[in-house]
Design a binder for this molecule. Structure first.
Ligand SMILES: Cc1cc2nc3c(=O)[nH]c(=O)nc-3n(C[C@H](O)[C@H](O)[C@H](O)COP(=O)(O)OP(=O)(O)OC[C@H]3O[C@@H](n4cnc5c(N)ncnc54)[C@H](O)[C@@H]3O)c2cc1C
Length: 398
């Protein structure tokens, strides 16, 4: 953690240099926002798409190196096994997913960066290709695993539409800055909403249970992810889920739209603004902050989240446990390294928003290049020495 904190400022500089548009305040300094699990604004961000922007930055930097011939890509290949020679990882066996051909690739060291194992659970936000096979294979070859029970469940996913869907779309956690989470107080209202005879907007404030604000008044809707997820599951298990599957709670922006609308009316000196005007002004602010996410939600659910509350449900999102690594990110197989979400380092039993990519980028840009270099250097020296020794012995025999 100490090292991660130390290099975190470098990560921002690195990403900005790669073109990631981190938000700035009026004076040009990096801006902060609040996030789940914290009571202060401490998270650097790029609108509601920080993760995506960081990935685009890293991808474009990598593509530049590919274009320069420094990196050779093997797209659509699946690692099947790690090759261990004299106790050290010296390559991998992979399957070409286009031709089905089995290939071998030799190397001085192997780095596994195959992501987390969230897909072993039914509902997950992970891509379906991230299936934990690589981590499992190196585990079978002797790499230890640590804290497999440390799994993070994200509270703001779009609920599944039926039994054949297990991959859920994640709505950014930033939505909990302004959205209020609730379910109806009365079971009659839940049933009426499910059968379509009532709409959520028909319910008065008194008929709604803002259960996070009720239970955790200090944090309100910004409780840590595990607390928000557990509370949603508890309400749904008690029968208060608001959609057909019974697995959904509301994330409502009406209060935020109203609050922002009133602020804007004051700023623009609009006296006695009508409700419609306040709504229009407030919607513009919410749209500027989360417009991309609202559009995505509407495309998937076919409901307008400016007019009716969003529905959300928790799903497995990140695995803090993973392949055990030492301080140099090496597994218990010498020469086999593990980085990013696939390893168990840094997060402990919980993980705060935004720190996953921070760890992945720290591992890849600021830790591994130095530690793997030392390992390779030792290998080179050892092999050179062994070759020289062999030659000497040969000459002696002659
Ligand atoms: C929807 C979503 C949103 C997120 N948003 C944020 C955010 O805003 N901020 C943040 O900090 N974190 C976020 N996270 C978490 C973060 O994105 C991940 O922790 C991070 O991408 C992990 O990076 P990685 O390189 O370790 O693994 P991954 O990005 O999972 O990449 C692993 C790659 O390895 C491949 N692979 C797996 N097995 C094999 C195999 N056997 N052979 C070959 N290839 C294999 C996979 O196909 C994949 O391409 C988000 C995660 C998700 C799912």
């Amino acid at each position: 953690m100490y090292r991660l904190a130390e290099v975190s400022a470098n990560i921002i500089d690195q990403c900005v240099a790669q073109g990631v548009p981190f938000a700035r305040d009026y004076g040009g300094l990096l801006d902060n926002r609040s996030f789940g699990g914290v009571l202060v604004s401490r998270t650097f961000y790029a609108k509601g798409q920080t993760g995506q922007q960081l990935l685009l930055g890293a991808y474009s930097a990598m593509n530049r190196q590919i274009a320069r011939g420094k990196i050779e890509m093997f797209n659509r290949h699946e690692m099947l096994d790690v090759v261990v020679v004299d106790g050290k990882a010296r390559g991998i066996i992979a399957r070409n997913l286009i031709t089905g051909e089995i290939e071998r690739h030799s190397a001085h060291a192997v780095v596994v960066g195959s992501g987390g194992y969230g897909n072993v659970y039914f509902l997950s936000t992970n891509a379906m290709g991230s299936n934990a096979t690589a981590a499992w294979k190196i585990h079978k070859k002797g790499a230890y695993f640590a804290n497999p029970c440390y799994t993070q469940i994200h509270p703001t996913c779009i609920p599944r539409s039926g039994d054949y869907q297990s991959k859920l779309t994640l709505m950014s956690e930033s939505l909990r800055n302004d959205g209020r989470i609730w379910v109806p107080k009365n079971m009659d209202d839940v049933l009426a909403i499910r059968e379509g005879s009532k709409k959520p907007t028909d319910l008065s404030e008194d008929e709604r249970d803002y259960y996070l604000e009720r239970r955790y008044p200090a944090f309100g809707n910004l409780v840590p992810r595990d607390v928000a997820s557990r509370a949603a599951k508890e309400r749904c298990d008690a029968g208060f889920g608001v959609n057909q599957t019974g697995e959904a709670v509301y994330l409502d922006f009406a209060s935020a739209i109203n609050r922002y609308g009133k602020e804007q009316a004051k700023i623009h000196n609009i006296e006695n603004a009508s409700e419609a005007k306040i709504y229009e002004l407030g919607q513009a602010i919410v749209e500027a902050k989360y417009g991309n996410l609202f559009q995505m939600y509407e495309k998937i659910v076919d409901q307008n989240p400016y007019k009716t509350p969003m529905m959300i449900y928790p799903a497995v999102h990140y695995t803090m446990g993973g392949v055990w690594v030492d301080y140099n990110l090496m597994t218990t197989i010498p020469g086999c390294y593990c980085i990013g979400e696939a390893n168990f380092s840094d997060h402990g039993a919980n993980r705060l928003g935004a720190s996953a990519l921070m760890q992945g980028l720290a591992d890849g840009y600021f830790v591994l290049p130095y530690t793997i270099e030392i390992f390779c250097l030792v290998i080179f020296v050892q092999e050179k020495f062994q070759r020289k020794l062999k030659n000497l012995m040969k000459q002696k025999k002659k």
